[in-house]
Structure formats: C-alpha cells, structure tokens
Design a protein around this ligand. Structure first.
Ligand code: CO
Length: 470
C-alpha cells in the first residue's frame, strides 16, 4: 500500500466503537461536544469500481470529546444507493462521475435527471443540523437523517414542498442573525433555474426566495452569502441540460469548460429575490466560497480559486492513486463585486495554497473577518501536507505540519470565553499513511501549536467536511 496521501483513497470497511482513544497532550476542559465528519470509505462494489473521490459510499466518523477524553465511532451511512449496491453486488445508482449505464446494458437510471425517481442518496459530502435533526448531505436534494450518538441511519429526509430541485448544495448556511438555514438549488428542465431558499425544519420544507432562469447551468458546489445578498458564482463549467437527457455519460461528464464565458457573479437580494447586479471576471473555478460581506458599496466575495476546472479531473480515483502527484489546493482569492454592477476585480489574498476552507462560523460569517483555516500544501503534488491559518487582512499565514502526514479539513471551535476571533481550537483528522492510522489533532487556534491528539486504530480515508455539534 502506498505510504503517502494515496493511502487515503483505499477502502475502510471496518466499523468500530472505542469509548476512549489513546490521547496525549492537554484537551481544553471547556471542549465538550462531537465532531462528526463525512467522506467516502468504499470505492468498489463486487468487481465494479466507482470512478471519483466524490462517488464512494459515505461513512460517518464521530469524535465525542468531553471530560478530557475522546470517544470514537464510525459507521457507513445506510443510503439506498449503498443498500441496493450491496444487495445486488453491483453499482446501481449513478453518482457524480460514475454511471451504471456505462457498465450495465439496458439499465435506465441516471443522476440528477429531471423528475427521475432514483437519484443517488449517497450523502458523503457534509453534515448539518436542521432543527433537532442531524443530516448527511450531498449535491442531490436527498439528505439522510442519522442519530448523532450511534450514527445509525434514520432515512432520507422527505421535503414537504414542491420546489422541484434536482441538485442542492452540500454547503447550506445558517444565517447568524436569524438562525435560519439558507440553501442553493438547481432545477434542470426546458427552462432550468437556480433557486435560493430557506429550509424550514418544520415540515421540513424549502421556501424559495429567488429563482433565476439559466440556459446552461454552471457546476456550483457552494454559493456566497452576505447579510442582505446571495451570490451565485457561475464558473464557466456549464451543461446543456439536453445532454443530461441523453444516456451514457456520468453527471459531471456532461459539463464543458467554456472559458470564453468568464465567471458571472449574480448578486441577488434576499428580501425580494431580485437580481441586483451581474459582475463578470476572467475564467476561473472554485468549489468553495470562504466568506462574503459588504463594504463601501461593494461585496467582497472570498473563494478558493483554481485556474480552471481540471481539479475535478484530478480527483478521479485512477489519477489520485496513480504515479503522477496530485495537488489538492487552490488559492484564497477575493472578488470585489460593485453593487451597481460592473467588472469583478480579483485579488489573491495569500500565496499559501489552500482548500477545504473554514472560518469562525458563528461570528465571522457574512462579516468582515480575519482568519481562514484550511488544508495546505508545502510541497505541491502532496495533495495535503499541512494545515494553514491565513490572516486575511495581513496576508500572512501560520502552518502546522508533521512529516509524512495528510491533514483533513480543520474545524474551528471557539472557546466559550473568547474575546478574539481565533480564541479556541482547530480540530483536524490527520492521516498517517506510514502508521496505517489516523488521529484527531487539536490545535490551539491562536498559536496554531498542538494541544492534544487522540489516536484512531485505523486509517480514515480522505473525507470532505465535518461539523462540531454541542
Ligand atoms: Co465542499
């Protein structure tokens, strides 16, 4: 097995519970709650293989922290996608970049097809709390509720509405001011539409506040949000919806890179759903919006920018496992969007490579802010070999690294007595490929020095996103 980042693209089939992980260092006494992380853990079914990092069967990992110790549990999400695949010994539902039509003659089912009854519910990307419910999320509007203590799957959350969304971001926001959850969706059809709406935990139901017609929808993994506005960032990776109706290509393979379109930022007013401005910039691509806020008549919209969408190609599993090194990072870029419209001006805020960006969610979201945390790459081609903390205003960065290890998304948890934005800890699950193990790393968020670590008895594949629930 590869003793580098490639080890993180192998299956983890073992489901375990450990009431106490071996822990070194000093866990803060105030740190009480559960870090729940999501990511793929099974990349093959029978003799068939999924194609892409985003396609593997979702597994949840829970680190329950309290009383100076850490408990750990991991469990596959029992999605219909996984259940059907295991029962039939073959891939049944279409994923982001895997289509069973390619391998099973005559089977008619595809991801994200308008009104198609069986899009994937393999919710491997993120987790969220909606009201009292904990849910696993992916880019189809089929979140799966689970028990945060046992990680047992409760089932797909059925929305009681008629929104008609085919995709839904795995990165909804909780508005700090209202506590409401805002999400962004896409409906494919004769007239495709971007849809923005709140999710009411009662029902649950989605309540659209804006619909924007689009001829060739863009692949958008996340969106931007200020106090008053929503930013839909149309990267020039776009799809002709008709091509989704034709059989034969996995979902993402229908999208085409059209750099001449550039990037179009649609600024929508939350209050009435109207389009305030459309600002354009040269071609670029991003999965992740970091933060956005308004200042002096413009929106400052921060993203992790990649030069183009080839990063999606880089995340195909044969590439990730292959001999060519893979970079997992982009750069922190700020776009200035004039509220009266006009060109969007880009600016690189830091030279430090960055992905899987996180901020102090409760305090910094939609506000002028100081700090971004993320995975980084000291040596390009190592996928992730350090954690970074970027001072957004100064452009400086702190890093944490340990030779040979691959850290995952850092989740910031504020100290209850915090008086500054970075007073608290950062939690990251770090893969140690040589040791065939992962560990939960606890960094002091101010100094970025290690406070504690708790060793997991197995290697956790590279995941995507997680949240700390208190
Ligand atoms: Co994401």
């Amino acid at each position: 097995m590869a003793a580098d980042y490639r080890r993180g693209f192998e299956d983890l089939r073992q489901e375990i519970h450990r009431p106490t992980l071996p822990t070194t260092g000093d866990l803060p006494g105030w740190l009480t709650g559960t870090l729940i992380r999501n990511g793929p853990a099974q990349f093959e079914v029978g003799d068939q293989a999924y194609n892409h990092w985003f396609d593997g069967h979702a597994m949840l990992h829970a680190f329950r922290i309290g009383g100076g110790s850490v408990a750990y549990r991991n469990r596959f999400l029992e999605s219909q996608s996984r259940t059907e695949a295991l029962a039939q010994g073959e891939i049944v539902r279409s994923e982001f970049a895997t289509d069973p039509c390619m391998s099973i003659f005559g089977r008619v089912m595809s991801l994200f097809r308008p009104n198609h009854p069986t899009p994937t519910d393999n919710a491997s990307i993120n987790v969220a709390r909606l009201g009292d419910a904990h849910m696993a999320l992916t880019a189809t509007p089929l979140p799966i509720a689970f028990d945060p203590d046992t990680l047992e799957t409760a089932g797909v959350v059925e929305y009681d509405d008629e929104v008609g969304a085919d995709t839904s971001t795995a990165h909804p926001y909780v508005e700090p001011a209202s506590g409401r959850t805002l999400t962004q969706m896409l409906s494919f059809g004769r007239q495709s539409q971007y849809i923005v709406g709140y999710i009411d935990p009662e029902g649950p139901a989605r309540e659209p506040i804006a619909r924007l017609d689009v001829d060739k929808p863009s692949y958008m993994h996340s969106f931007g949000m200020t106090e008053r506005h929503v930013i839909l960032s149309e990267w020039p990776l776009v799809v002709d919806p008709l091509s989704l109706l034709a059989q034969g290509k996995p979902f993402i393979r229908n999208f085409e890179w059209e750099p001449e379109r550039g990037v179009r930022f649609h600024v929508l007013r939350k209050r009435d759903g109207s389009t305030v401005a459309t600002c354009r910039a040269e071609a670029a691509f991003a999965f992740h919006h970091v933060n956005a806020f308004e200042q002096d008549g413009e929106i400052l919209c921060d993203v992790v920018a990649h030069p183009d969408a080839s990063v999606i190609e880089d995340y195909f599993l044969d590439r990730l496992r292959g001999p060519e090194p893979t970079s997992g990072t982009g750069h922190l870029r700020r776009y200035r969007l004039p509220l009266e419209g006009g060109p969007a001006t880009p600016e690189r805020l830091s030279e430090e490579p960055l992905e899987l960006p996180r901020i102090h969610e409760a305090q910094a979201r939609a506000q002028s802010y100081d700090y971004v945390y993320g995975i980084g790459e000291r040596r390009p081609g190592r996928f992730s070999d350090q954690l970074v903390k970027i001072d957004v205003k100064a452009g400086t960065a702190n890093t944490w690294r340990e030779d040979g290890t691959c850290p995952g998304e850092p989740v910031f948890v504020p100290s209850p007595s915090a008086t500054s934005e970075d007073e608290g800890v950062v939690l990251s699950v770090v893969l140690d490929p040589e040791a065939e193990r992962s560990f939960l790393l606890v960094l002091d968020a101010e100094s970025f020095a290690e406070r504690a670590r708790a060793e997991v008895p197995h290697a956790i594949p590279h995941g995507f996103h997680g949240q700390f629930f208190q």
